[in-house]
Design a protein around this ligand. Structure first.
Ligand SMILES: C[S@@+](CC[C@H](N)C(=O)[O-])C[C@H]1O[C@@H](n2cnc3c(N)ncnc32)[C@H](O)[C@@H]1O
Length: 299
């Protein structure tokens, strides 16, 4: 363990993700390696924490820990996931998830590792019964308005799905206390797999498949899609500059980080011919996978 603890937190997270049971069996070391106090872990149902770990739901809260400790966190577009357990483990004072798709009596969610849907056995109702300061509310952010109850609003891979991003950010601004922060990670529509369709990875690329041909290697930027297609109704297709500009209407951006696509996410596939079809885009527009942003509420 001493050898592992001397590595970076990200290295530890990768090990945890691969061998969660190995870590769980070494409980005290596991707590120490993750800077989790015994009382925080003990306040949560341990099997649910283990599920959250195995399904990849502790990574995002770990990355946001410096901004969330001691804070009231609202997770807009939380889905049916278990991120809330991670925020409480990292020391958030409270967690409130809000999403129109929450099903109070269902434990079905998506593994963030495999993308597969499965029943984790923990429904929002069960978690709310057992955990203080944990809420999952079926609805949209506007429905929480009325009192400034939160210090941090987080959106994990939700911003690219919001058809009215400006409206949601305006409502988030009204939920936050003075000095509150908005933190989001945005999947770039103009990246190789920004369409959220197959092929999502190079490993799944099949250029003989006629359905994939409409999306693969940036074909999603060429064609027109029927108005009722997923990419038209569930993705806002914003340029990163537009996301930054909308954020800037209500927040001062304190930190932003763009992450390039990995080889499995299409890095290296951009050719001069593809770029020439979209002269309005820069090379970075094609090769940026995501934008991470921390922004402070304007006074
Ligand atoms: C791709 S999911 C992300 C789920 C979760 N954050 C995660 O990382 O697993 C995007 C979510 O945004 C939700 N959503 C869309 N519009 C919303 C709104 N106005 N307010 C709250 N959530 C919204 C959708 O219902 C969907 O569950």
């Amino acid at each position: 363990m001493a050898r592992i603890e001397s590595r970076s937190p990200d290295f530890k997270l990768r090990l945890m993700d691969r061998w969660p049971v190995y870590y769980w069996r070494r409980y005290p070391h596991f707590l120490k390696a993750n800077d989790w106090s015994f009382s925080r872990v003990n306040a949560l149902p341990l099997p649910a924490v283990q599920q959250a770990l195995e399904l990849g739901y502790l990574r995002w809260p770990k990355a946001l820990a410096p901004w969330c400790q001691g804070k009231d966190v609202v997770d807009v577009g939380c889905g049916m996931g278990l991120h809330g357990l991670g925020f409480l483990l990292e020391g958030a004072r409270s967690y409130t998830g809000v999403d129109p798709l929450i099903k109070p009596k269902s434990g079905v969610l998506k593994s963030l590792h495999s993308g597969k849907r499965l029943d984790c056995g923990w429904t929002p109702e069960m978690l709310m019964e057992r955990i203080d300061r944990f809420r999952m509310i079926r609805g949209i952010s506007n429905e929480l308005e009325g009192r400034r109850l939160f210090d941090v609003a987080t959106l994990h891979n939700a911003t690219e799905h919001l058809t009215d991003l400006a409206g949601v950010f305006a409502s988030v601004a009204r939920l936050l206390r003075p000095g509150g922060r908005l933190i989001f990670s945005h999947h770039n529509w103009f990246s190789w797999n920004g369409h959220h369709q197959e092929p999502k990875t190079i490993g799944r690329l099949d250029l003989t498949n006629p359905v994939q041909q409409r999306f693969a290697d940036w074909a999603h930027l060429d064609g027109t899609h029927p108005p009722d297609h997923y990419v038209m109704t569930k993705l806002n297709r914003l340029r990163l500059e537009e996301v930054r500009a909308i954020t800037g209407q209500y927040f001062e951006i304190e930190l932003e980080r763009t992450t390039p696509s990995t080889p499995n996410q299409g890095a290296g596939r951009l050719t001069g011919a593809i770029h020439a079809r979209h002269p309005e885009l820069t090379a970075a527009d094609f090769t940026t996978q995501s934008l991470f942003c921390v922004a402070r509420l304007k006074t």
